[in-house]
Design a protein around this ligand. Structure first.
Ligand SMILES: *[C@@H]1O[C@H](CO)[C@@H](O)[C@H](O)[C@H]1NC(C)=O
Ligand SMILES: *[C@@H]1O[C@H](CO)[C@@H](O)[C@H](O)[C@H]1NC(C)=O
Ligand SMILES: *[C@@H]1O[C@H](CO)[C@@H](O)[C@H](O)[C@H]1NC(C)=O
Length: 243
């Protein structure tokens, strides 16, 4: 009898720990992507508003899944209290007066992030993205360590070094390559990655065979489409001044 109940306990423990393991399609990393408006607008001319001189949000992307629930419609009245901050921190650089960028990000990434209870509403998703963006305060950190727009080129390792030293994690930094043999690249996007509990993590930590998931392909395609790719360590980095 004793043995039996011990076995039952073990079985119960084994079962419950099996349920703690996250479901197979659950994301394991969130990528908070910042872009530099001036660089973004170089790839999107002419309909762009590059007159913003700070890093703005591009999105909060889980590492798995694209367009996870097409019937979960974006509704800006659910995030009305966040809109003033959204307009400032997450502006649509192409259509400053429209909500279409947020709608796009919600459908493509938010509905997948929402598989986690911590992000399972539009208010939680957009609110958390803003919260992480302000907590990181990447724009101020770069300025504080003299990484500022300049006519003089940077080494990629200088920019990386500031971020790695300050946050103790590795970012993913993306550039626009103006032409195949250009002698410089243009700083465009900085990604900072988070664990599911919103603590910081290295962006490249889980680059394994899992990398070829649907979500990653989606991001790769998106990166290509917008002209961004990972910056090259051997090419000088141009951090463009405002026009
Ligand atoms: C940027 O320029 C556009 C168009 O000229 C203007 O509507 C918008 O208010 C400007 N934004 C900022 C932050 O100055
Ligand atoms: C998709 O979103 C709708 C609307 O919020 C919800 O009722 C439905 O349960 C969601 N489906 C899944 C698979 O999460
Ligand atoms: C948007 O959300 C508000 C508040 O919950 C609701 O009253 C409204 O009907 C929703 N609009 C749409 C188009 O679903």
């Amino acid at each position: 009898m004793k043995l039996c109940s011990a076995l039952l306990l073990c079985l119960a423990a084994a079962l419950s720990s099996a349920f703690v393991i996250s479901p197979p399609h659950m994301w394991t990393k969130l990528i908070l992507t910042h872009h530099w408006p001036n660089t973004f607008c170089r790839t999107e001319q002419p309909a762009c508003h590059p007159n913003i001189s700070y890093w703005t949000l591009h999105g909060l992307w889980p590492d798995k899944g694209i367009d996870c629930n097409s019937s979960w419609h974006f509704n800006s009245s659910l995030i009305e209290d966040l809109l003033p901050d959204m307009k400032k921190s997450w502006p649509d650089l192409l259509n400053p007066l429209s909500a279409s960028f947020w709608k796009y990000e919600w459908h493509k990434h938010g509905t997948c992030a929402a598989k986690a209870a911590s992000l399972n509403s539009q208010h939680k998703y957009f609110g958390k993205a803003l919260e992480l963006y302000h907590k990181l305060d990447l724009d101020s950190v770069l300025k504080k360590f003299d990484i500022i727009p300049s006519e003089t080129y940077y080494k990629l390792s200088q920019i990386e070094g500031v971020i790695e030293n300050f946050y103790s994690i590795k970012p993913k930094i993306q550039c626009v390559h103006p032409s195949k043999n250009a002698d410089f690249q243009i700083l465009g996007q900085i990604e900072i990655c988070f664990n599911p509990d919103f603590t910081l993590m290295d962006c490249e930590k889980y680059v394994t065979t899992e990398k070829i998931s649907k979500g990653d392909w989606g991001n790769l395609i998106a990166d290509k489409a917008s002209g961004f790719s990972v910056c090259d360590h051997d090419v000088p980095v141009y951090y463009p001044l405002l026009p």
